[in-house]
Ligand binder design. Structure first.
Ligand code: FMN
Length: 390
């Protein structure tokens, strides 16, 4: 299952095409819209989210609520398009009062993109480098999420820090999978702890006041996985590399840790690896989950737990210095309407990326054509694992 997106931040719409979708999967537009709303929410987001109210339109590959096996095409319209029609027109000439973007923002794609593509208007770059594109990813991932949910796999996320405000967790690698979804979804920063939520909001308020921006960290958790999904045999099989690559495809993501992550490099092996046991009911079990649910590039059957670091937003209301591409003089970088902090939104996008990788790995292992066959293959596999543990 793969997706491709198209569309500019202020173009008429964002489009996604998902291919490799098996037939017979129930799809709900309202579920996708819920995920789109979750991506749009979060304390510290900018004015754009007040304009947009993302709603998906599924235009192919689904009939009477179920997938047919054909590629699924989805559209999310940009409400702001009505204010940008002339400036973003696909054809015709630019309006006489067009203001080109010539003061590239440090930390964004503006300068390098303009150099690379030989344009004198950074808007050609920022329209696509803008994380508005991630709305299309979240919509597309609705298909992957429904597929996984049908197989008993849930993917969720929560925020662990914003700036220097942290959620101090007790044994998160064992306890995080049981965090209450309601506590996460009702927190304005997607953090299940009330005190930490307030500290994170206060940090965002301080940053906003100072014309600053903030990054942070969050975890993505997937539960209900069977062992043996992914592969150890070739570099491209390893879920570690596939999930890592998918997460690093998200704008502003600068770090990914599996399980204990960098902490594992500081500990001796006996305090890192997860002892194997045998339970009469559950079969092979693990005493801990320091690996974060992956060994040898495959799922262990324990929850997948990945921690992700997002850098601060590049657009600053107290801008850094840059060079004007027209005058070649020093100037302040531009102030495109912007978020102060988008860590909670980034966490929702990260759920989507993880869901896509897991969905593709399940399809590889259990078949690709029809849900009924995939479910039967999964049942047979679970049964075989049981007999191996007896
Ligand atoms: C959900 C989300 C929202 C973002 N919102 C903004 C924003 O409002 N303003 C901004 O300058 N960057 C924003 N970013 C970050 C930029 O898109 C990103 O830093 C830029 O594309 C450069 O890519 P890089 O940081 O990976 O080098 C956002 C990123 C994500 C994931």
């Amino acid at each position: 299952m793969r997706y491709l997106t198209a569309g500019e931040s202020h173009g008429s719409c964002l489009t996604a095409i998902v291919e490799g979708v098996p037939a017979g999967l129930k799809i709900s537009e309202s579920q996708i819209n819920t995920d789109l709303a979750r991506r749009q929410s979060g304390y510290g987001r900018g004015g754009r989210q007040k304009i947009e109210h993302d709603v998906v339109q599924v235009v192919s590959g689904v009939r009477f609520g179920r997938t047919t096996g054909a590629p699924v095409a989805l559209i999310v319209r940009n409400r702001d398009w009505e204010n940008w029609e002339e400036r973003m027109a696909p054809f015709g000439g630019p309006p006489s009062d067009l203001k080109r973007e010539v003061t590239p923002r440090p930390g964004h794609a503006d300068l390098v993109g303009a150099l690379k593509t030989d344009t004198d208007d950074c808007r050609n770059i920022l329209e696509r480098a803008s994380a508005r594109e991630t709305a299309a990813r979240v919509a597309a991932a609705g298909i992957a999420r429904e597929f996984l949910a049908d197989l008993g796999v849930e993917v969720f996320s929560y925020v662990t820090s914003i700036g220097d405000a942290r959620f101090e967790e007790d044994d998160p690698l064992m306890r995080a999978p049981d965090y209450k979804p309601l506590a996460i979804e009702t927190s304005e920063v997607r953090c299940p702890d009330e005190a930490a939520t307030e500290a994170m909001k206060a940090a965002i308020d301080r940053a906003k006041e100072a014309g600053e921006s903030l990054g942070g960290t969050f975890r993505v958790v997937a539960t209900g996985l069977v062992p043996g999904v992914g592969g150890y045999a070739t570099a491209g099989d390893r879920l570690t590399s596939r999930i890592g690559g998918a997460l690093f495809s998200i704008p502003a993501v600068k770090g990914v840790e599996f399980g204990l992550g960098f902490e594992a490099a500081r500990r001796p092996g006996s305090r890192v690896h997860d002892p194997i046991g045998l339970d009469p009911q559950a079969g092979f079990v693990r005493a801990s989950n320091n690996a974060g649910g992956l060994e040898g590039g495959m799922t262990t059957g324990m929850p997948l737990i990945v921690t992700v670091a997002m850098k601060p937003i590049p657009t600053l209301m107290t801008p850094l210095s840059t060079v004007n591409l027209d005058t070649l003089e020093a100037e302040e970088a531009s102030k495109e309407r912007s978020d102060t902090c988008a860590v909670p939104a980034c966490a929702v996008v990260a759920e989507s990326e993880v869901a896509f990788v897991l969905a593709e790995a399940y399809l590889e292992k259990f078949g690709r054509d029809a849900m009924v066959d995939i479910k039967a293959a999964l049942r047979a596999y679970r049964q075989r694992l049981k007999t191996m543990a007896r």
